[in-house]
Write a protein that binds this ligand. Sequence first.
Ligand code: FMN
Length: 157
Amino acid sequence: MLDAILKRHSVREFRRDSLSPEVLTELIEAMRLAPSANNIQPWKFIIVTGTNRAKVAGACVQEFVAEAPALVIALSEESRDDYNLAFAVSHLLLEAAARGFGTCVVRSFAEDQVKEVLDIPTNYHVFAVIPVGYARENMDSSHDRKGLASILSWETF
Ligand SMILES: Cc1cc2nc3c(=O)[nH]c(=O)nc-3n(C[C@H](O)[C@H](O)[C@H](O)COP(=O)(O)O)c2cc1C
């Protein structure tokens, strides 16, 4: 698992090659198995690879979203900031990285526009749009993170 964690970083340049429906479904399987509070599983996921892909990308602030061959839309039944969704999305990011695919969590988009394009009911919130595909960049990268010494203490703060 640490291999996938080390490999994963946000990818913002994608190759055009598409991913098969089977592979994309397996990525969603990783999300399906994620933990949630009281196991409520307050989510739904939409895979967008067809004509709506450009329309959803058009609702996102960043242009790179349009490059990805597939978009996974993570929906919450609770709120746009439902922490349960973060666990499911983490599963997706790591499963994708383990298989050599690039991803990026995108939260900058016009939610109303995404909902309209995808016909999402009013009681669902768009938690994130996650572009998925083969990275055009090197998947191995260093992680710009705080050092352990500055975030870890033992026994007390
Ligand atoms: C909750 C959340 C929201 C994010 N939103 C965006 C976003 O809208 N656009 C983007 O390009 N990256 C977004 N990111 C990616 C972060 O910028 C990225 O994870 C962070 O800089 C660490 O880099 P790494 O993912 O390459 O390790 C988001 C990440 C998280 C966890």
